[in-house]
Design a protein around this ligand. Structure first.
Ligand code: SAH
Length: 326
């Protein structure tokens, strides 16, 4: 750390599964996000968001049954602001515990300088799919010739590759994307799937999200990963959803959203064009974010629009459907 300090810092830690981890990370990023600024007064600075620690992976980055464990942590500075953040986090965790089976948070005090050097070692490159590695910017990674390395830092909310639905999409894209493909990434979040699509060979990509922060973060992540954006680039990032006036323009549509939202997008219930409209003849959809017992509503919606499920991928309770014209 730049400044000598013997200040104490509070660590809030929750052990959870990957699904709850995404929700807990979001909570920590919301109440304790931003860069960790060691130069500001005690309690003034925000604490760097969520840090994820996990153990028990095989060589391919797949969790090993019975060995896999994951903790999401955040670090809060002492002082009035810190107390407020802690209260907000504890309240938020309590609300989340009504939705997810998460244990009580473990809270302990660390010396700040111990923490500052320690935390980065826990966020490691993660192999997702066969060729794709998601890695934090400060980690070195020796890649194999065919590897695709995407740099994504935590604290950037959604789409860190932790969630099974993102992993399933990446695995599907590895099989589907061809050279010079055109791809629509709907609900792009951090831009992870758009960046992966480009690195797999796609050269015309539209990434859209209804969340302005996602649009901003995707733009940043694209630049960081050397994906040319804007006029003359390969990636266009837009605020919104299914694009207007682009009927038949994309050979691949990937959408990792939610079963209910996907079904409504098929039927144009949000006022955007129907989901199948931008798909090129003979094109393929990768639909994800679907909890298994709701897969039928997506399948039925696809059928209403002349499409059929040709493959179903599953990890835990989550399903990804590969859909083509019937
Ligand atoms: N594609 C990323 C992020 C998925 S999170 C990944 O696979 O990891 C889902 C994203 O969909 C969120 O960023 C959310 O803002 C966005 N979203 C939700 N409803 C949407 C809609 N109707 N149209 C477009 N994006 C939507």
């Amino acid at each position: 750390m730049a400044k000598q300090s013997n200040q104490e810092i509070l660590e809030i830690s929750v052990e959870c599964d990957t699904e709850a981890a995404e929700a807990v990370s979001e909570l920590f990023n919301r109440y304790n996000g931003g860069d960790y600024d060691d130069d500001s007064e005690a309690g003034e600075a925000s604490g760097g968001g969520a840090v994820v620690e996990s153990i028990g992976f095989d060589d391919w980055g797949k969790p090993i049954d019975g060995q896999f464990r994951m903790w999401v942590k955040t670090y809060v500075k002492p002082g009035a602001r810190g107390d407020q953040i802690r209260r907000q986090i504890e309240e938020g965790l309590w609300r989340l515990s009504l939705l997810y089976p998460i244990p009580e948070p473990q809270i302990r005090t660390l010396r700040e300088e111990d923490w500052a050097h320690a935390w980065k070692k826990f966020y490691k490159p993660l192999r997702v799919g066969r060729r794709v590695i998601l890695k934090p910017s400060w980690e070195e990674f020796t890649s194999q010739p065919d590897d695709i390395v995407v740099e994504l830092d935590p604290g950037m909310a959604f789409g860190t590759g932790l969630h099974p639905t993102t992993r399933l999409c990446i695995a599907a894209l590895e099989d589907i994307i061809q050279a010079d493909d055109s791809v629509l990434d709907l609900g792009t979040g951090s831009g992870v799937l758009a960046i992966v699509a480009h690195k797999l060979g796609a050269t015309r990509i539209l990434a859209a999200d209804i969340d302005p922060i996602a649009v901003e973060v995707t733009q940043e992540n694209a630049e960081r990963n050397g994906v040319p954006t804007g006029a003359g680039g390969v990636l266009d990032v837009q605020l919104g959803s299914v694009p207007q006036g682009m009927a038949g323009q994309f050979r691949v549509i990937v959408a990792n959203i939610l079963a209910e939202v996907l079904a409504k997008l098929f039927d144009a219930e949000y006022g955007y064009p129907p989901l199948a409209e931008p798909l090129a003849p003979g094109g393929v959809m990768v639909l994800s974010g679907i909890i298994d017992f709701r897969a039928d509503i997506v399948e039925e919606a696809a059928q209403r629009h002349g499409m059929a499920v040709v493959e179903r991928l599953q990890e835990g309770d989550w399903v990804t459907l590969i859909v083509r014209q019937a």
